[in-house]
Design a protein around this ligand. Structure first.
Ligand SMILES: [Fe+2]
Length: 139
């Protein structure tokens, strides 16, 4: 069973490129979950995580570009959240690489919580900021 399910009302921010990128991240987290359920080894998990880090870095840069364009008031705090996630996942990747123990349960619950808190709350605020501006412009 998929760990995460996309719902426009919960996760959509109303910007297609960003929503599409979020959907791709969701698929990657689900793939990671599937791999773990199948008993995929550290190397398989490592490959998926590496892919996730690379994609998330690209996506964060895109999202930060959008925040700059709209002069988003919480851009610095938001950037910090992006860096925190990136650092956390890179640290796990390093542990895998060094064959240190990694709690897969913790990793997945971390990613699931991150998804709900970051995509479901923080990124939604960007969408709300955009729609408020659109309302002001159309008035
Ligand atoms: Fe974000």
């Amino acid at each position: 069973m998929a760990l995460l399910t996309w719902h426009d009302s919960l996760y959509g921010i109303g910007v297609k490129t960003i929503d599409d990128q979020h959907k791709r991240i969701l698929v990657m987290i689900n793939n990671l979950n599937d791999s773990l359920q199948r008993g995929g080894g550290n190397s398989e998990v490592g490959v998926i995580l590496k892919e996730l880090v690379e994609y998330v870095k690209f996506h964060f840069a895109e999202e930060e570009k959008l925040m700059e364009e709209i002069n988003y008031h919480e851009i610095e705090e938001h950037r910090e959240l992006h860096e925190k996630l990136t650092r956390h996942v890179i640290a796990i990747l390093l542990r895998l690489k060094n064959e240190q123990e990694v709690s897969i349960y913790e990793l997945l619950s971390f990613l699931r919580d991150w998804w709900n808190e970051h995509i479901g709350e923080e990124d939604k605020k960007i969408g709300q900021c955009l729609s408020t501006r659109a309302l002001k412009v159309s008035k």
